[in-house]
Ligand binder design. Structure first.
Ligand code: BMP
Length: 261
């Protein structure tokens, strides 16, 4: 079991507003469950978010999946986030040069920086991508996650690449709030405990999806892999009863955290 500090304490170790808000939210609401709401339309997403809102700390979106995305999308989600006390994470996975991501993050069709508290980026372009996103996001109090590892089979994000992500995060403690990771308990490089570890590829039954996704259980992700937030998609929104399933994942994630303290 990966020995850990409480979420309350880790809130005191970060310089990023979003990370501090998230640590405190998780402690207050007693949930480390992020739902990946990869449903077919914005309409379905909003219905789902209102139903499972009480169970989650983060609602993760892929706004380019929804054919009915419109200018009201962000405001509606922000209302639900306030109503149910959760944060919004647009899983945009920016991957371009600094100048391009400034436009992609702030404007275009989706205007992500206006409504998403958290977003993420690949480090493949080098540090300029963080500088670009930070120019837009820091004045708005946003937080950035770096993809240090991925859950998919054959991922290139490993070894030296992961070490480089750790080093880049350390240079931007005001804006980089954490990582997408799969096994931070095994990392060799030192990283600030104020940074949040979020892990996708989580299902109670384990297994995979035939397209490269690899699943671990909530218990293993939190206790053995050293993660802080479990990200669950199909395990919840494809369940016969998504609210009951969200409650089940929430309990599994929280019990694992408490037992690892
Ligand atoms: P599911 O639980 O249905 O497999 O969904 C996983 C979610 O996490 C998807 O939204 C996917 O885009 C995202 N994700 C992932 O699966 N692996 C990663 O390494 C990074 C991700 O963002």
């Amino acid at each position: 079991v990966f020995k850990r500090d409480s979420y309350e304490h880790r809130a005191t170790l970060t310089e990023n507003k979003c990370a501090k808000d998230l640590w405190n939210l998780m402690a207050r609401k007693k949930t480390n469950l992020c739902v990946a709401a990869d449903v077919g339309t914005a309409k379905e997403l909003i219905v789902l978010a209102d139903k499972i809102g009480p169970e989650i700390c983060i609602l993760k979106t892929h706004c380019d999946l929804y054919p009915d995305f419109d200018d009201a999308f962000g405001a509606t989600l922000l209302e639900l986030a306030a109503k149910h006390d959760f944060m919004i994470f647009e899983d945009r996975k920016f991957a371009d040069i600094g100048n391009t991501v400034v436009g992609q993050y702030s404007s275009g069709v989706h205007k992500i920086a206006d409504w998403s508290h958290i977003t993420n980026a690949h480090i493949v372009p080098g540090a300029g991508i963080i500088d670009g996103l930070k120019q837009v996001g820091l004045p708005k109090g946003r937080g950035l996650l770096l993809l240090a590892e991925m859950s998919s089979a054959g991922t290139m994000a490993k070894g030296q690449y992961t070490e480089d992500a750790i080093a880049m995060a350390a240079k931007h403690p005001d804006f980089v709030m954490g990582f997408i990771s799969t096994r931070p308990s095994a990392w060799k490089g030192a990283w600030s405990r104020g940074l949040v570890q979020m892990t996708p590829g989580v299902q109670l039954g384990g297994g995979g999806d035939g397209l490269g996704q690899q699943y671990n259980t909530p218990d293993r992700v939190i206790k053995e892999c050293g993660s802080d937030v479990i990200i669950v998609g199909r395990g919840i929104y494809k369940a016969a009863d998504p609210v009951a399933s969200a409650a089940e994942y929430r309990k599994a994630g929280w019990d694992a955290y408490v037992s690892a303290l």
